[in-house]
Design a protein around this ligand. Structure first.
Ligand code: FE2
Length: 337
């Protein structure tokens, strides 16, 4: 008989502090809890020190709630996971210190997890095929990947900022009531929004997003002020253009693989218009799109702890340096399952 093991994990790469508990029985992984506290968006953007203060302040209650929801005592934990990177240095360190302290106190292993891989793996668990094509879209990252042997290979990616950061910046630039990608999506959905031309920047298999922001600032904002176009027109047009760029490179990658499924993961996978456009493209190729449940699309500790559980089950070799790494890449991680 297999005895159950419990793993607790922490996520703190950016604005969210989260803790989760998973149960491992043999090769079966069950998510028992997933608790998070998110620092609210502001018109000035995030100040790293304030994010770290927030994470440190909510840590005790998030930890306690994650254990209570899972009906697991701290002494029952047999490994501690944390999100090693990529992310904001100040934020990452809070998760690292929290996880390290608990691992040392309990004398159990500390498992560092690649944040991008966790976004992919929490979604891949719902795939019918083993090797889907991945479109990973978040604030800090935008990549097209597939798994090759024991690692992910990047087919294409952003050359500057992630699509999520671009949309968050657009929300602030246009001074939206919700000054981030969520606010942009809701403006774009307003009835009567019209398309205005904006830069479409695909370079080979890569994309670039900063030009869109500069163009909006220099050309489109003055037109809004002259009442020639509306804020909704701009949000709609930037979303349509950015998502068309992503669909173009995903489609090109799809034609070079045997993938029968496409994973859409990362915080911006929640965007309904992006889902719609990707599904339309994929259906034309007879390919299915797999999207994580809302709870697991944004940053959350369940994805970190689930990935750590896979690493423990498959005895994945841990990196020598387990301290936080702000610029960690998805194609650096070993994924031997
Ligand atoms: Fe993320």
């Amino acid at each position: 008989m297999n005895h159950a093991k419990y793993v607790i994990g922490f996520e703190s790469t950016a604005h969210t502090f989260s803790a989760a508990v998973v149960k491992i029985t043999g090769k079966k992984i069950e998510i028992l809890s997933n608790v998070l506290d998110k620092f609210p968006p502001s018109k000035q953007g995030f100040i790293p020190r304030e994010l770290a203060d927030h994470h440190a302040a909510v840590f005790p209650i998030v930890l306690r709630t994650a254990l209570n929801d899972a009906h697991v005592k701290l002494e029952e934990i047999s490994a501690v996971a944390y999100s090693q990177g990529a992310g904001i240095g100040h934020s990452l360190h809070i998760g690292y210190v929290a996880a390290t302290s608990i691992a040392i106190a309990l004398r159990v292993p500390l498992v560092p997890v690649n944040h991008g891989i966790a976004h992919i793996e929490i979604t891949r668990k719902d795939c019918a095929t083993k090797n889907p094509l991945v479109l990973y879209v978040s604030g800090g990252n935008t990549q097209i990947l597939t798994k090759q042997k024991d690692a992910y290979h990047v087919y294409g990616e952003t050359l500057d900022m992630g699509v999520g950061n671009m949309l968050d910046n657009l929300g602030r630039l246009l001074e939206l009531e919700i000054p981030d990608a969520v606010g942009v999506a809701s403006e774009a959905n307003k009835k009567g929004a019209k398309y205005v031309e904006c830069p479409y920047s695909v370079k080979g298999m890569n994309v670039s997003f900063t030009g869109m922001l500069t163009y909006t600032e220099k050309k489109l904002v003055p037109l809004i002020k002259k009442k020639e176009i509306t804020t909704s027109d701009v949000c709609f047009s930037i979303q349509e253009t950015a998502f068309a760029m992503l669909c173009e490179i995903t489609e090109r990658a799809l034609c070079h693989t045997d993938a029968k499924e496409i994973i859409l993961c990362g915080g911006n996978a929640r965007n309904k218009r992006l889902q719609q456009m990707l599904i339309a493209m994929s259906e034309a190729h007879g390919v299915k799109v797999v999207i994580p449940p809302f709870e697991y699309a944004g940053d959350n500790a369940a994805m970190i702890t689930y990935t750590a559980a896979q690493m423990l089950i498959h005895k994945t070799k841990l990196p020598k340096d387990i301290s936080p790494e702000q610029k960690m890449r998805t194609d650096d991680a070993t994924v031997n399952w």
